[in-house]
Design a protein around this ligand. Sequence first.
Ligand code: ATP
Ligand code: MG
Length: 414
Amino acid sequence: MIYDEILVRFGDLTLKGKNQKIFLNSLFKLMALKMEGLDVDIENQHDRIFIHLKNEDCNKVIERLNLVSGISSYSLVKRCDSDLEIIKKTSLELINEIVKKESSFKLNTKRANKDYPINSIEITKRVSGYILSNCKLLHVDVHNPEVLLNIEIRRDSAYLFTNEYKALGGYPVGVAGKGLLMLSGGIDSPVAGFMAMKQGIEIECIHFESTPLTSIESAQKVIDLVKKMAKYSKNNKINLHMIPFREIHMALLDNIPESYNITIMRRMMYRIAERLAKKKDCLCIVNGESVGQVASQTLQSMNTINSVTNYPILRPLVTYDKQDIINISKKIDCYDLSIKPFEDCCTVYVPKAPATAPKIGKAEAFEKAFDYETMVNEAVENVRSITIDMNSDLDITLLGLEVREVIDSLKMNK
Ligand code: ATP
Ligand code: MG
């Protein structure tokens, strides 16, 4: 591998004025955590970060870099002595390594060391002249080059780098505070969780589980999804709160007209999520809703469901097309898990004709049929919480049929 280091840029962060220091500290910490176990050094320079590759495989480092939110882009860098002859030779080596077909080319020089005896225009002229006469595949195009070689002359050495690769962007996870993600076993909610983390929000997850009405495998699926999301988290771990929802689920089936079942189920979910969010110091609720996907996600439904809470509800996917969501789901390696066909509480006894325009007044009237307040309180009190590490091998499917029993027995055996 010809490269010595990776130059990491953090774009948007530089706009953050006096918060900049906090952001940069978080970013630096996050990078150090994600690079754990790799043979690299991380060097913090005020406007960017260098990762010195030492003996590490550059691809492995890039794989880890792609887990760090707050990085806008990165480039692979070759460092050499700043003697002009050496710069010429090293640039050509780098070009020969990456240029395999006829391409347009541009060279940019930045002279950070103003004591350097030759100015940047002259350096550009001499080095590009040398490259063009030795690499016949290249022709100059200063407006839209396919290959851009940057040379930066600093005091210690010269830095040569070519392409700029886009990274996750956003903010270091955690700097924005904490949110509670409503996590189902579907495609959307893990993507919503990822988007929230990318925007700096640390997440805890809440899952409404109805075992043994739903299978224990459906709960395992949620654990496995949390494990995938944990790669992007602040400490490689995420807390998962399993809410025992079977009793409410049964009460809804017994007491609520079929067409309002889902509406009221989701009102219960919001009520419970709000209480747990407050308990866990989460400043918002995040979910995977997207306008119009299903009956419960028409704007009228959203109104009626949302009216049970004043808490901020973030819906990162609200205007996303399903295919775009799937693409992200694949990118974060959740898709194959999400499409596993285990039912969750929203897919058991799906009503034939759910209301697509449910009314708040009607929903409130139907809810009077049972003492939901007590049930909501009990559900929150009986939450079973576990912390899932990105390397967790937790398998609950062999331990029993009900999530609450399984988690209790896990804790007792500790
Ligand atoms: P997903 O693919 O995330 O399941 P969906 O398109 O199937 O979403 P719904 O099933 O209507 O939509 O759920 C909308 C959102 O409500 C989900 O994205 C998730 O945030 C939340 N949600 C649904 N079911 C549960 C559950 N059992 N536990 C926690 N949150 C849930
Ligand atoms: Mg779903």
